[in-house]
Design a protein around this ligand. Sequence first.
Ligand code: ATP
Length: 248
Amino acid sequence: TRHGVILYVEDVNLSFDGFKALNNLNLYINKGELRCLIGANGAGKTTLMDVITGKTRPDSGKVNFGQNIDLLGMDESEIALAGIGRKFQKPTVFEALSVFENIELSLAGDKGIWASLFHKLSPEQKDSIDNILRTIGLVNEAYYPAGRLSHGQKQWLEIGMLLAADPKLLLVDEPVAGMTGQETERTAELLTSLAGERSVVVVEHDMAFVRSIARQVTVLHQGSVLAEGTMNDIQSNPEVIRVYLGEE
Ligand code: ATP
C-alpha cells in the first residue's frame, strides 16, 4: 500500500475474443487529485472505467481502493457504496422531477428514497442538498423541472446527484462534450473545486479543456499507459506525439 494513493490498478489484463483491450495496465490515483485520462478511440479508457466500477471483470490483475478494499470481489452497487461515483457521458436525470428532488432521490442511505417520497428530510439532509446546489451552481433552478435545464446544467445536476452519496472517487466521462464555451469553463471550475476533498478522474477528448484542469495527465494507448505527466510533458513526449497527438 502506497501512502496517499486511493486507487490501485495493477497489471490488469482484459481480452475480448483475443483482442487485448487492457494490456498489463497500471494506474495509481492519489487522494484528492484531479487526473485526466486521454487516448485515441479504442485505447481502453471506457474498458478501464468499466473494470474499476465492477461493470466488467478483468482476466487478471488487481484493483484496490482505499485501505485495501479489493474491488474485484465486489459488484457494481457494492463498489458505488464503497465510495466510487461514475458519471457517464450522457446525462440521465429525472426530467419531470425538480432539480432539488433529483438530488433528494440520490441521497445516501437506505432511508433516502422514503425520506424523499414523504418529504421527510432531516435538517442535515436539507442542508446537504442546499450545499450541493451551491456547488453545482443550480441554486436558482432548484425548483425547476430538470427537463427544463440546458444540456450543461443537466450534466452538473447529475454530478450533484453523485455528490449526494459523498464519493471518495469520482469518474467522469467526457463531461464537456456538447457544452457551450461558457458551460465548459464552469465545468472546469466545478471539477477543480471537487478535487481536494475527493479524487476526480476525467476521461476527455477536448485537449484545451484537459489543459485547463489537469495537473497530471495519463495517456492510454492499446490498453496500456503510454505516458504520464503534466500536459507540457505529455505534449513534448515523442512517443505520445507519434501515436496520439500526431493523429489528432
Ligand atoms: P473511446 O474514446 O472511443 O470511448 P476507449 O479508449 O474508451 O475509446 P474502449 O471503449 O475501452 O476504448 O475500447 C477498447 C477496445 O476494446 C476497443 O477496440 C473496443 O472495440 C473493444 N471492446 C470494448 N468493449 C468490448 C466488448 N464488450 N466486446 C468486444 N470488444 C470490446
